[in-house]
Design a protein around this ligand. Structure first.
Ligand code: ACM
Length: 631
């Protein structure tokens, strides 16, 4: 063999080996994934072939065609065929013969792509996996020229661990338009979530048109605008214009439901009662026990003092359980809601009900006497049971936050456990179905890293903590755990970019916790795949947090000086720091062991690098702040 040919053969061998070994990155991690030799290349003439005229099959194929044709510039037509032909993408709805709900099988070889599923949902999830196998540029909003659109050879069998894979989006504290909600749905769909919980009423806004109760949106959807930090906002002045807010008409909501349904996502509506109801009370004040109050939609100012032994309300934000008008009101609301939403469940909130004003209220005391209710928890429970009956009469199931356990709950109620896992454990032990949503693992409104370097929020949940979330507690029957969801409350989130920053990459960790087998958890491999996804998000113009690259600060005293230990949750990082107020780069001193911060230093400024590339944020930490953190 001539040396030049030998060289070419060697290059080919090496590149083949490399391409076979290059790990593929899919989030959530599939149940089984085998990489195989060869790769398939999309081309100008690639066709998406489907095996029947089934409506869901056509819809999924059209979705794939639209997704691929934009960035590639290829036509990607969808064709119904009797026999599949080589060098194309084949989608098959297999007619239920495999029996794996929402599952799919995907085979990619040099001669084509074959995706088979029992259901439209399974096909859709297979399509998401296929898209993730393509180069990151497939996320581009523009056409990309001169790129080889190859898909590595794989054999994948996949199905979800849980049937409830949700994200809550709070559209009350800040309002997000119909277009923004659709974008949110598009991002969720990529990671095989199947439920969007829309929090549609709270003290700060009522967000859905109820045709028989027009004031809910004429009054309850609007408030004076505030831009600053939540809970620090000034009280509205008399006659201040109510310029901030918005709501979805029922037609808007039907459009959202359809858009989500086309992506196999169910919209779960939440109307939070009996607490969190100021927007409803501003619209219809007679629904309160305290009708002498002047109600207004809250702009973000404090309405309660939170003590460890329970909150004290500064004003009454509850619907009155002793007022029959309230049940007529809820009957009206839920009649329209039940007719609008195809979801099996309606979420009735039930959390953080401030009962301060119930305690001495004559109507409540009379109700307690009449119904034999011994305390305020039982008053709330009486209310929840009546709401459950209303929902039952509309053919809907009730789900509520774990406070609905207090005072007893209707047997058919499903509990969403947010104050840790304990409510979920208690509910499951009593035979109730449970959705796990513990704030210490999956609350996406909390900080992702060091406080001083993150947007304002309450509490902290690092990515690694979210990834460690296991929805089924030891000793609990897995069948009672319907699944789990992450919650994106928006008190401190005023726009979509900020929402994305808080949700990603924690949403990726949640997706993996609810889809992938428990035994496949692997933090270093997850980080590798998250980093791959970051590239795709950059190209897709999606904001995300890089907080996993920032260290956490662990100060202690060493004599009179502060000793600072830094903890990183991602490997292969170098931390560089300064003491002199200048901004460090990778030529500054490297952190290799705990720092003893010299006397008179005001701030430690640091940043993380990997292979000469800045990875984390520049963080300026006042030494005085470190001293306050030492117990
Ligand atoms: C909640 O976070 N109050 C459910």
């Amino acid at each position: 063999m001539k040396p030049i040919i030998l060289f070419q053969v060697l290059v080919l061998l090496v590149s083949n080996c490399y391409s076979q070994k290059a790990p593929v990155s899919i989030i959530p991690q599939p149940v089984s994934l085998e990489t195989t030799a060869g790769k398939f290349r999309l081309g100008q003439n690639t066709v998406i072939q489907i095996n029947s005229d089934n409506d869901e099959l056509r819809r999924v194929a059209a979705y794939l065609s639209a997704k691929l044709s934009g960035p590639t510039g290829y036509l990607m037509p969808v064709k119904i065929v009797k026999l599949f032909s080589k060098n194309n993408i084949h989608l098959t709805l297999s007619g239920g013969n495999k029996g794996i709900k929402e599952g799919y099988e995907l085979n990619v070889t040099a001669s084509g792509v074959s995706l088979t599923a029992d259901s439209g949902a399974g096909l859709f999830y297979g399509v998401q996996t296929l898209i993730q196998l393509l180069p990151a540029e497939i996320e581009s909003k523009k056409k990309i020229s001169n790129l080889s659109w190859t898909i590595p050879g794989v054999k994948i069998k996949d199905y979800p661990r849980f049937g409830w894979r949700g994200i809550l989006f709070d559209v009350t504290r800040h309002f997000f338009s119909k277009k923004e909600v659709k974008d949110f749905i598009d991002h969720m769909a990529k990671y095989k979530f199947n439920l969007l919980h829309l929090h549609l009423s709270d003290d700060q806004g009522w967000r859905l048109q109820i045709k028989s109760l027009p004031k809910l949106t004429e009054v309850g959807a609007w408030r004076p605008e505030r831009k600053g930090k939540w809970n620090n906002t000034g009280k509205p002045s008399a006659n201040e214009p109510k310029s901030y807010g918005g709501f979805y008409t029922q037609d808007d909501m039907l459009e959202i439901i359809k858009y989500a349904g086309d992506r196999f996502i169910t919209i779960l509506p939440e109307f939070d009662v009996p607490g969190h109801s100021l927007a409803a009370l501003a619209s219809y004040p007679s629904l309160s026990c305290t009708t002498d109050s002047t109600y207004a939609v809250n702009v973000g100012e404090t309405i309660a003092n939170w003590h460890s032994d329970g909150p004290i309300a500064l004003l009454d934000n509850t619907l009155c359980p002793a007022n029959e008008q309230v049940y007529t009101f809820l009957e009206t609301v839920f009649t329209e809601v039940a007719a609008l939403f195809p979801a099996e469940y309606i979420h009735i909130g039930g959390d953080e009900c401030l009962k301060t004003f119930w305690k001495n209220n004559p109507a409540i005391l009379a109700l307690m006497k009449r119904e034999g209710l011994k305390d305020m928890d039982e008053v709330q429970s009486y209310f929840i049971k009546r709401v459950a009956n209303i929902l039952k009469s509309k053919g809907k199931k009730l789900v509520g936050w774990d406070e609905i356990l207090e005072g007893g709950l209707p047997p058919e109620a499903t509990v969403m456990s947010w104050r840790g896992m304990k409510g979920g454990i208690q509910a499951a032990n009593a035979g109730h179905q449970v959705v796990m949503s513990p704030e210490d693992f999956v609350y996406c409104d909390k900080n992702q890293g060091e406080w001083t370097a993150e947007p304002a929020s309450s509490g902290m949940v690092r990515l690694k903590k979210t990834y460690s979330f296991e929805p089924v507690p030891n000793g609990i029957d897995e069948k009672l755990i319907l699944g789990a969801q992450g919650n994106l409350w928006t008190e401190q989130i005023q726009n979509m970019r900020a929402a994305q920053y808080m949700l990603w990459p924690r949403g990726l960790a949640i997706a993996e916790c609810v889809w992938s087998p428990k035994k496949s958890k692997n933090w270093p491999d997850f980080v590798r795949r998250v980093e791959h996804e970051f590239t795709r998000m950059d190209i897709g113009e999606i904001k995300y947090a890089k907080s996993m690259y920032d260290p956490m600060f662990r100060p202690a005293m060493e004599g009179d000086l502060v000793k600072l230990t830094l903890d990183t949750e991602v490997s292969n990082l170098k931390v560089h720091y300064s003491y002199d107020g200048s901004f460090p780069d990778n030529y500054y001193p490297e952190y290799t062991r705990p720092l003893i911060i010299p006397k008179d230093v005001n701030d430690v400024i640091l940043v993380t690098y990997r292979n000469g590339k800045q990875m984390g944020k520049l963080i300026k930490m006042p030494v005085a702040e470190l001293r306050t953190r030492i117990k």
